[in-house]
Design a protein around this ligand. Structure first.
Ligand SMILES: Nc1ncnc2c1ncn2[C@@H]1O[C@H](COP(=O)(O)OP(=O)(O)OP(=O)(O)O)[C@@H](O)[C@H]1O
Length: 686
């Protein structure tokens, strides 16, 4: 990339004319900060409104830029208050002093009032609900949207309102049914799961949020049994579907829901009517390759009565709008997820927005009394705050589960995750240093050449072999469990072996905060490859080799592989009854049965090696041992949500890899603030 900003003699940027604005925008594109798409949009707008002021076009460019960072709108006041921070600058892998024309200098003279006046006067901008409805930009208060996202946000908000107002059947004997499904425990604390289940019965929309292992799946299985009971008795069983945003998340839920339904103590006829198969949201809606449209929509709604969506934090605004549109008006929707995790890569943090009041509860006196009656327990000691039915409409249908069974007392991962989530960096550091917690550790690196990182990648620990797995572990499975070369290709032994290698690969993963720079995904992938070559686990230096793990980076509808799918390259018989072996990539079918499909490497177009992956991409997955490597300089992506999401991907062991001390603490102090108007419109919330 040409280093246009390296020159200190650049003229001071000015925005007097559209041409001058385009010079600045073009520089930002060359710098990799604005996307070419952002500038193309602005050019398009400028062509259609020749008199458009540079300030209006700049706002459009920044709004489009914000979408690339997950924000559905541009908050003008916040942008002016802190331009570089609000716009997530500098870009990944760059120091702020290397970028000379930052928005802070371009916008130094811009003031909110004139900016709003220019937007309000522009023929490109509509005023919120008042329209005109054919303008490409929409101004709502001090938030500017591209029309498409404004429309999604309105559609989601209005659909949620309607669903909340919909009367639903609540069994008369709800307290008895609840008591049977949630028997009293010896523990004196509030049974949040029972509370969540109760609330979910009384409206067509409910949201259950909670950290890992807090019982979201357990609760929803009991809820489904509760809803299905009277319907099975009346021989009108509910049509229930389960979905998750990614294949991996769907496979994980399929596994855990299957076990939960098995252990459910209810009539087998009811059990038989609780599905255990989980599909992806895309598949459920019927994605149509190459378009944004789905087979199911308002005119062809999904044939179901209850839809449960897990890992809802990964659902972006557009997908939520599509999902709600395809739901039959009377169907129940139950969203499950961890509101504290990073939001989707795409624009919108829908679950986070909908769970704004989840900690406090804000249950109205009516909800409070209803819950006490049906649950048979007082909520005085719950720590919940009382709310107002009008101001907190949605809050009446949201429950936060607060007690993790996975990370119980004494778990270092649990302690660390809590401290990070509550932004207590000193406590997080103490937990990492505490020898009492054998499941968490910090690995400090002394520069880029420190071989401790290579040992960690290969063996799972910088100190030598440890119980915590490194990448050696799946190479061991690959070599030890390989069927004899004479085994016929049709023999299930090959499938079992491939499934075992895929599962062993999930024993360890290194997660990066960024893609670029020495501590980003790209460099760490190369580093892992070299370390595994040096350890004799990878043969030769061909791009395709046995054991190479690959990530699909773009949906391939022809092959049925989705962005985010991971496969491992294995050597298998070339053809039936052939003893010649050839490389194929094994991908899990995510069918809950351990099925595997094999694809020739030459058929894969958009793939990359995936020893390391970003925390974003790791959402919906869990690994026995997770190592999180932070970069050595602060960057806008480093926030407590990112660190929390990284830590909670670990089931048994967690290692924090720190090239520079202090970055972890700074990251924990910062929060993601995804901008949106969901729940805010009209100042009344939902
Ligand atoms: N009320 C309960 N009584 C006994 N065991 C429970 C209860 N609730 C949850 N568990 C156990 O705790 C573990 C985690 O529960 P569950 O899988 O429902 O949590 P989750 O929030 O869905 O987790 P994840 O974040 O992994 O999706 C499971 O082994 C489950 O059997």
């Amino acid at each position: 990339m040409t280093d246009l900003f390296a020159s200190v003699d650049l003229p001071a940027p000015s925005l007097n004319t559209t041409d001058e604005l385009f010079v600045v925008l073009q520089r930002w594109v060359e710098r990799g900060w604005l996307r070419p798409l952002d500038v193309a949009l602005v050019r398009f707008l400028a062509e259609h409104a020749a008199s458009a002021q540079p300030l209006v076009l700049l706002a459009a460019a920044l709004t489009s830029h914000q979408l690339g960072h997950g924000h559905v709108c541009l908050d003008l006041a916040q942008t002016l208050a802190e331009p570089d921070f609000a716009l997530s600058l500098p870009p990944e892998g760059e120091d702020s002093h290397t970028v000379e024309i930052l928005p802070s200098s371009v916008m130094a003279e811009v003031q909110l009032g004139p900016w709003l006046d220019a937007l309000n006067a522009s023929s490109l901008v509509a005023q919120g609900e008042h329209g005109p409805h054919d303008r490409p930009l929409v101004l709502s208060g001090e938030r500017l949207y591209l029309r498409r996202y404004w429309t999604y946000e309105r559609a989601v908000q209005s659909s949620l309102h309607k669903r909340l107002a919909l009367p639903v059947e609540v069994p008369d004997d709800l307290p008895t049914r609840l008591a049977a499904l949630f028997p009293p425990t010896a523990e004196p604390r509030i049974d949040w799961q029972k509370l969540a289940c109760a609330l979910a019965t009384r409206a067509a929309l409910s949201i259950i949020t909670g950290g890992p292992g807090t019982g979201k799946t357990t609760t929803v299985v009991r809820l489904l049994a509760l809803l299905q009971g009277p319907r099975v008795a009346a021989e009108r069983p509910l049509r229930i579907r389960l979905a998750a945003p990614t294949g991996k998340a769907a496979a994980r839920l399929t596994e855990s829901i299957g076990a939960q339904v098995q252990s459910l103590d209810v009539d087998p006829a009811i059990k038989a009517r609780i599905p255990t198969e989980v599909t992806t949201v895309h598949r459920l809606l019927g994605s149509r390759p190459g378009t944004r449209h789905f087979r199911h929509h308002r005119g062809n709604p999904l044939p179901l009565d209850v839809l449960v969506v897990d890992e809802a934090s990964m659902i972006d605004l557009e997908m939520m709008a599509n999902l709600l549109e395809a739901l039959p008006p009377k169907a129940r929707l139950v969203l499950l997820g961890d509101k504290d995790q990073l939001a989707s890569v795409e624009a919108g943090a829908v679950l986070g927005d909908l769970c704004r009041d989840a900690e406090a509860g804000f249950y109205s006196p009516a909800t409070w009394a209803w819950l006490e009656t049906v649950n048979g327990e007082r909520l005085d000691a719950s720590g919940l705050r009382e709310g107002d039915e009008q101001r907190h409409v949605l809050a009446q249908q949201v429950v936060m589960l607060r007690h993790s069974r996975r990370f119980a007392e004494g778990s270092g991962i649990g302690e660390l995750a809590r401290a990070v989530n509550e932004q207590r960096p000193a406590d997080a550091r103490r937990a990492l240093a505490h020898t009492q917690f054998a499941d968490i550790t910090s690995c400090r690196l002394l520069g880029e050449q420190d071989t401790a990182l290579d040992r960690l990648l290969v063996n799972g620990s910088a100190q030598g072999r440890s119980q915590a797995a490194g990448y050696r572990s799946y190479f061991d499975t690959l070599q030890r469990q390989r069927p004899p070369a004479t085994t016929a290709l049709a023999d299930p032994a090959w499938q079992h072996w491939a499934a075992a290698v895929l599962s062993a690969f999930d024993r360890f993963r290194i997660l990066c905060a960024v893609r670029k720079g020495p501590w980003g995904v790209e460099a760490i992938n190369q580093r892992a490859t070299r370390a595994l070559q040096a350890a004799g686990l990878i043969e030769g230096d061909h791009p395709w080799y046995e054991g190479r793990p690959v990530l699909i980076t773009r949906n391939d509808y022809g092959l049925g592989l989705m962005n985010g799918d991971i496969g491992i390259t294995l050597r298998l018989p070339e053809a039936e009854h052939s003893e010649r072996l050839t490389l194929r990539v094994a991908f899990p079918r995510n069918d809950g049965q351990g099925g595997v499909r094999l694809v020739l490497p030459s058929r894969l177009n958009d793939v990359e090696t995936v020893y390391a992956m970003t925390v974003h991409k790791s959402q919906g997955s869990e690994f026995e041992h997770t190592a999180l490597i932070l970069p050595d300089v602060l960057n806008p992506v480093l926030t407590k949500e990112l660190v929390y999401t990284g830590i909670t991907r670990a089931r048994t062991w967690f290692t924090l890899v720190e090239p520079r001390v202090g970055v972890f603490e700074e990251a924990v102090k910062r929060r993601v603030r995804r901008l949106s108007g969901l729940m805010l419109e009209g100042g009344q919330g939902l």
